[in-house]
Design a protein around this ligand. Structure first.
Ligand code: FAD
Length: 155
């Protein structure tokens, strides 16, 4: 069987007020589903939540990523999913994790650097490269805790 090419989709979406009311628990539930579902499909990625927004990168075989993204878009915990970029990839950026999630804390403000200097945070209008820079930076800084989180959640 021919191996499917790998792609990456990066999108931003708005968490609903109901989701925001219990964000930590919702993230835990999303993560638990994601780790179980993504691994057998060869999907890897990173999800961050910040100021009412979700930002997620999904990497993996083309059909699997498209199917998962469609499924995620139907989730009532968020809305207005906007694709910021979709491209073929040779190498995974977030290959360590079938999915990891992090709610950015005020102490992560430094991480946001250039991106977050503006008063409003509207990632749906950010260029993909800016969001990728943010996701890469979060992944780099929190590599250890993200890896532990996945290890614990999948134990
Ligand atoms: P079930 O868990 O049976 O849920 C059925 C439907 O109900 C889901 O489609 C969802 O829309 C909704 N739902 C589930 N739980 C709740 C809740 N607590 N409150 C409101 N609605 C709910 N899943 C993955 O497998 N991989 C991912 O990478 C991934 N990333 C996600 C990123 C975001 C930002 C969000 C919001 C969700 C993500 N999910 C992901 C979760 C995904 O949308 C599904 O809930 C999950 O895959 C379980 O699907 P299921 O068909 O087994 O549905």
């Amino acid at each position: 069987m021919k191996t499917q090419p790998l792609i990456r989709i990066v999108y931003a979406s708005r968490a609903t007020p109901e989701c925001m009311a219990n964000l930590s628990e919702n993230i835990e539930q999303i993560l638990a589903s994601a780790i179980g579902n993504n691994r057998p499909k060869g999907i890897t990625g990173l999800l961050i939540a910040h100021r009412g927004w979700f930002l997620q990168a999904l990497e993996g075989p083309t059909d699997e990523v498209h199917q998962l993204f469609k499924h995620i878009c139907a989730d009532r915990r968020h809305r207005d999913a906007t694709v910021l970029g979709e491209c073929a990839i040779q190498i995974r950026e977030f290959g360590l994790w079938s999915m990891c999630a992090r709610q950015l804390s005020p102490t992560d403000a430094l991480i946001l650097g250039e991106l977050d200097r503006r008063p409003t945070f509207e990632p749906a209008n950010f260029p993909e490269r800016a969001v990728m820079r943010l996701l890469r930076t979060v992944a780099g800084v929190h590599k250890l805790s993200l890896t532990q989180q996945q290890g614990l959640a999948s134990a």
